[in-house]
Design a binder for this molecule. Structure first.
Ligand SMILES: Cc1cc2nc3c(=O)[nH]c(=O)nc-3n(C[C@H](O)[C@H](O)[C@H](O)COP(=O)(O)O)c2cc1C
Length: 197
């Protein structure tokens, strides 16, 4: 039987493991936290969820970054509610992570500019979609995307970097010998506590 991982009964090690997985997420395509689910609440109070690419995780600041089109429903929902949550489950390590907190959209500041500059040409093209994301089409192909060069000017105004400032982090580790669940909150200095799984 494989030995239990060091974080099995160590809250600090569990928190470190959570951030390790999140920080690896943006670079590692096979990591489940490369493409977490983003949850928001819409104007009718209804939950909405979809996949996004995790672009950056910063343990020191306790933030997670993803990108979206400012014309999209998710951007409107974040702007209106000011909150969001991200979720991922990594079947290889059997770890689920949930992160929730206030979220902000960055469109015209240095953060947005750096994120846009760092984005791949292929990704930038999506922000030049016409009509806007979510618009009803008469046929599936009835929209256009700019070429990479045109996307630089056409896509940039629609691009935004979203920052989730994590207020609460939750971890669930599955193991036949005993599941482990823990949560940490920014408000109490990330002290953390174990929870019944
Ligand atoms: C693998 C994958 C990665 C995606 N990454 C993003 C992303 O990083 N940002 C984004 O806005 N949408 C991304 N999408 C599309 C969204 O999941 C969603 O379908 C779309 O943005 C419309 O969402 P909304 O109407 O709720 O705004 C991704 C979809 C998939 C399947």
């Amino acid at each position: 039987m494989t030995p239990l991982p060091p974080f099995h009964d160590d809250l600090d090690a569990a928190l470190a493991q959570v951030w390790r997985l999140l920080e690896e997420g943006p670079a590692l395509r096979r990591n489940a936290f490369h493409m977490p689910a983003l949850a928001t609440v819409d104007a009718d109070g209804q939950p909405q969820v979809r996949t996004v690419v995790l672009r950056a995780a910063d343990r020191a600041a306790g933030t997670l970054r993803f990108h979206c089109d400012r014309r999209s429903a998710k951007a409107a929902e974040i702007a209106a509610s000011g909150v969001a949550a991200l979720h991922g489950y990594d079947s290889a390590s059997k770890i689920q992570i949930r992160a929730a907190g206030p979220a902000t959209l960055h469109t015209d500041d240095a953060l947005a500019e750096a994120a846009w500059t760092g984005a791949m040409a292929m990704s930038r093209v999506c922000y030049g979609a016409d009509p806007a994301p979510g618009a009803i089409l008469p046929e599936g192909h009835a929209y256009t995307l700019p070429d990479a060069e045109t996307a630089l000017t056409l896509g940039r105004p629609n691009f935004c970097a979203a920052i989730l400032r994590v207020a609460r982090l939750e971890f669930l580790y599955l193991d036949r010998r005993g599941h482990r669940r823990a949560a940490w909150e920014r408000a109490d200095g990330w002290a953390g506590c174990w929870l019944v799984p």
